[in-house]
Design a protein around this ligand. Structure first.
Ligand SMILES: CCC/C=C/C(=O)SCCNC(=O)CCNC(=O)[C@H](O)C(C)(C)COP(=O)([O-])OP(=O)([O-])OC[C@H]1O[C@@H](n2cnc3c(N)ncnc32)[C@H](O)[C@@H]1OP(=O)([O-])[O-]
Length: 309
């Protein structure tokens, strides 16, 4: 349980001022992250993927995959979600959604200043939904690089509304709520990729050490037969597939990313990412092949299309 709260108090959560934080990363972090989301796992000399882990053809900097930006959001909460007034069982926390806006190409190393605020809090009865917004600025230039909105689904923490109307607070307009309708027609392209049994153990080295992804006993208490994959790792696989198949390897074509985690993934399972192109929007859904279940869906908006598409 959160130590600072004797009861769930939405007003206290809403009025909490998050401290500003710094987050520093190097090219080593960028390459480790890329390996953690499966870059070069099937083909160590893949022409589109090598640039994310190696200075291919003498390139000056390692290229940064767009979902790397999601690390800034967790990195901006050194105390996790231990907020005054927020009462929940951390073992039951699941990642619900991630929304990322990218304003500039991500540098291959940087020192960032993060400002954090509450973006939303909702009582869903069986669960509380908490949305945290993180804006990341390059510390030297002051330039805003990206914005993340992270949605945590806190199972068992709902039912805190004081009136008969379920509590719901959002700092952004309803039309900005990420929603996606999967087209009925055949996908434009489908990309198959295997996660490794050790995938979560590798991915956690990028900064999310929640034992849900590594500890069998903890995972059982959380309701899973074994440790599950980080949601952001699945998102990384899916967006990497989009960068490969639609952006022809150019990570800087990505403008914004939205994803909702629909079901857990077990490390070692095969991911099938289906993509539909609607103008400059890629609608995608990712399925686990072995269980024929959709685990993630969302969209990626692009600045333009690759000329070779
Ligand atoms: C945070 C960082 C830590 C990282 C941890 C991980 O990586 S964990 C690994 C990665 N993460 C995972 O593996 C999680 C995978 N996802 C799941 O297991 C399930 O989707 C669930 C348990 C999150 C919700 O299932 P369910 O059957 O209990 O839910 P329901 O369909 O009955 O809807 C109830 C209400 O909630 C709404 N709502 C529903 N889903 C979401 C969502 N994803 N997101 C947001 N909201 C959501 C829905 O709209 C509805 O509200 P409405 O419309 O009534 O106002």
């Amino acid at each position: 349980m959160s130590s600072d709260a004797s009861e769930f108090d939405p007003d206290r959560i809403e009025s909490y001022k998050f401290p500003e934080t710094t987050y520093t990363y190097s090219e080593r972090d960028v390459a480790l992250y890329a390996l953690g989301i499966g870059a070069c796992a099937r083909d160590a000399v893949d022409v589109d993927q090598l640039q994310f882990v190696y200075h291919e053809k003498g390139q000056k900097f390692i290229q940064v995959l767009p979902t790397f930006a999601a690390l800034f959001s967790l990195g901006s909460l050194p105390g996790g979600l231990d907020l005054p007034g927020l009462k929940f069982d951390p073992r039951l926390l699941l990642h619900g959604q991630q929304y990322i806006e990218l304003y500039k190409p991500l540098p291959s190393n940087a020192c960032l200043k993060n400002t954090v605020s509450l973006a939303g809090l909702h009582d869903k009865g069986k669960a509380a939904i908490l949305e945290i917004e993180t804006k990341s600025y390059d510390k030297d230039s002051g330039a805003l690089l990206c914005m993340n909105r992270t949605t945590a689904f806190l199972r068992g923490a709902g039912g805190f509304s004081k009136s008969s109307h379920p509590y719901s607070y959002s700092n952004y307009p309803k039309d900005k709520v990420p929603s996606v309708k999967i087209p009925k027609g055949q996908p434009f392209v489908v990309f198959e990729d295997c996660t490794q049994p050790s995938q979560a153990l590798l991915y956690r080295l990028s900064g999310d050490y929640n034992p849900l992804h590594s500890d069998p006993t903890f995972a059982k208490v959380a309701g899973f037969t074994r440790p599950i994959l980080h949601g952001l790792c699945t998102l990384g696989f899916s967006v990497r597939a989009i960068v490969k198949c639609i952006c022809r390897g150019d990570p800087n074509l990505v403008k914004c990313i939205s994803g909702r985690f629909l079901l857990h993934v077990y490390p070692g399972e095969t991911l099938l990412t289906e993509m539909w192109l609607e103008g400059l929007r890629v609608i995608y859904q990712t399925k686990v092949k072995e269980r024929s279940r959709t685990v993630l869906s969302g969209y990626v908006d692009l600045h333009g299309l690759s000329s070779s598409l």
